[in-house]
Every structure is written in structure tokens, then in C-alpha cells.
Ligand binder design. Structure first.
Ligand code: SF4
Ligand code: SF4
Length: 81
């Protein structure tokens, strides 16, 4: 599974970029429909949960717990941002 950002909620605060110990996120460049600049999930394979299949086995959820806008979720299907 990998983390996914919902751009309908993200305000581009970049707290997830700062908190991730695995440097999964990078600051974004593109403006969302809401006028914010969401980060890019540039290296999802670096997340220690990347090869895990369900949230109950997650060993880190720092980004999801830190996001003030609940914009981050797990995509348990794999998929992309
Ligand atoms: S779960 Fe942890 S390692 Fe994975 S992207 Fe979020 S903060 Fe980074
Ligand atoms: S912490 Fe949440 S609101 Fe802030 S940039 Fe990351 S996904 Fe967007």
C-alpha cells in the first residue's frame, strides 16, 4: 500500500514533507484547483509500508497523523497519488 494525497483537502502546508523520516514527499510545483501547491509523493517505495497490504500492519503513519486537513490516506490497492 502507499500513501495518497487528496488534493481537495490539501492546503500545501508541507508538514508531511517535514515529518516523513523516509523522504517520501517532495515539495510540489503545480497549483491545485483550490489554489494550493500540494507536495508530490515522489518516492512511495521508500515508505516502510510500501510492501505491506493493509493499514493494520503499518509501522509508520506519521504523515497521516500529522496532516491537519486529513488529506492523506492509504491506498491499500497500491496505485498512485
Ligand atoms: S507512513 Fe511514515 S515513512 Fe511512510 S510516507 Fe508516511 S511518514 Fe513517510
Ligand atoms: S500535511 Fe496534509 S495539508 Fe499539509 S501538505 Fe501534506 S497533505 Fe497537504
Amino acid at each position: 500500500m502507499q500513501v495518497r494525497a487528496n488534493h481537495r483537502y490539501c492546503k500545501g502546508c508541507n508538514l508531511c514533507v517535514a515529518v516523513c523520516p523516509s523522504r517520501v514527499f517532495e515539495e510540489g510545483k503545480d497549483i491545485s484547483d483550490r489554489g494550493y501547491v500540494p507536495p508530490r509523493i515522489a518516492h512511495p517505495e521508500r515508505c516502510p509500508n510500501f510492501k505491506r497490504r493493509t493499514r493494520k500492519n503499518a509501522v509508520c503513519e506519521m504523515c497521516i497523523l500529522t496532516c491537519p486537513d486529513q488529506a492523506l490516506t492509504w491506498n491499500e490497492e497500491g496505485g498512485s497519488e
